[in-house]
Design a protein around this ligand. Structure first.
Ligand SMILES: C[S@@+](CC[C@H](N)C(=O)[O-])C[C@H]1O[C@@H](n2cnc3c(N)ncnc32)[C@H](O)[C@@H]1O
Length: 316
């Protein structure tokens, strides 16, 4: 079995070299075709826990990966417990929190085109004057939930996602966890961010766009999250010293996001570098998730032993 796994791992590695990393074929092949044992092998290589490994194959982890045939539910549960156990979300799931949601939603759907109005901040946050972190494409919301829990009293956290069911569930979790520094809004962030932040009374200090949907087809590029209106809104509100954190396992997607921020580089944005040994050659990639909390997608990608391409910018 081990030999079989090693051969399979080599085949995957070889396929990775042959197919351009931005090809949708490559993306889906690598998303679906690892077996749990092969993944465990990759895991051991990367010294990450095998429990997390199972997350690669779930069909309900909101990450876009789908191969329920090879993932036992127990492995999925173990992953959730290990990474997000601190939130005690399992009991919440038991109360119907694990609603099935569509893997993808079209951000250009009519009902997502606005107009958007900001919430009454004092209704959603205990102290609306605290510094604000915004996670764009917040998915399941657990990434933000952990951050909110760990930074309660010092920061507010806002998650934006086009998938209404996920947003509803995240807000229900926030309520049950009594996190009064976290809120989620259903929105196409690309066009909504400017209006939503217009009345926030505190400073915007952190924006994350983590593993956005790649939208590989050229005709779908217009659905990509990072477009000029979003960049303009971020640059309008981000405080000096504030950070923008971008990441994806698809290199081309991060390079595309970078292209949109390029006109601000050197002038009002600087790239934060941290030169540590990294398997990724290009030195400007930030080697780790600076928040210390992985997103669900990130856990899956790292668990597979695949690279994550990260950029960290600071407003100057
Ligand atoms: C691949 S998931 C990544 C979720 C999470 N950030 C993670 O890393 O696990 C991308 C998320 O972005 C959301 N999304 C796509 N386009 C969006 C848009 N224009 N505005 C807000 N959210 C969007 C999707 O619904 C999905 O939940």
């Amino acid at each position: 079995m081990t030999l079989h796994c090693m051969a399979f791992t080599r085949a995957i590695d070889r396929a990775s070299q042959l197919l351009p990393s931005h090809s949708s074929v490559f993306y889906h092949v690598r998303a679906c075709f690892l077996t749990p044992s092969t993944a465990s092998l990759l895991f051991n290589r990367n010294k990450i826990s095998s429990a997390v490994c199972g997350s690669l194959y779930t069909d309900n982890d909101d990450t876009g990966f789908s191969n329920p045939r090879v993932v036992p539910q127990s492995t999925i549960n173990a992953m959730i417990e290990e990474i997000y156990g601190e939130l005690a979300v399992q009991s919440i799931q038991g109360e119907g929190g694990a609603a099935r949601v569509r893997q993808h939603a079209n951000p250009l759907k009519k009902n997502l085109m606005g107009p958007y109005y900001p919430p009454v901040w004092a209704m959603v946050f205990t102290n609306p004057k605290l510094p604000l972190s915004v996670d764009i494409g917040s998915g399941s919301g657990r990434f933000l939930m952990l951050l909110a829990k760990r930074n309660s009293g010092s920061s507010n956290f806002l998650g934006l996602d086009v998938r209404h069911k996920l947003v509803e569930r995240s807000n229900a979790w926030a309520e049950q966890l009594q996190l009064k520094n976290m809120h989620f809004i259903t929105a196409n962030a690309t066009i909504a961010l400017d209006s939503l932040l217009a009345t926030y009374p505190g400073k915007l200090t952190f924006v994350s766009i983590l593993c956005p949907d790649p939208q590989f087809k050229t005709r779908h590029y217009k659905r990509r999250i990072v477009q000029r209106p979003l960049v303009n809104a971020i640059m309008k509100y981000l405080a000096v010293g504030g950070k923008i954190f971008l990441e994806s396992d698809v290199e081309e997607v991060v390079l595309d996001m970078k292209r949109h921020f390029k006109e601000h580089l050197g002038d009002s944005l600087v790239l934060v570098k941290k030169h540590e040994s990294t398997s990724i050659e290009e030195k400007e990639w930030y080697p780790e998730n600076p928040t210390g909390v992985p997103t669900e997608r990130e856990v899956a990608v790292l668990g597979r032993g695949l690279p994550m391409f990260r950029l960290l910018y600071e407003r100057v």
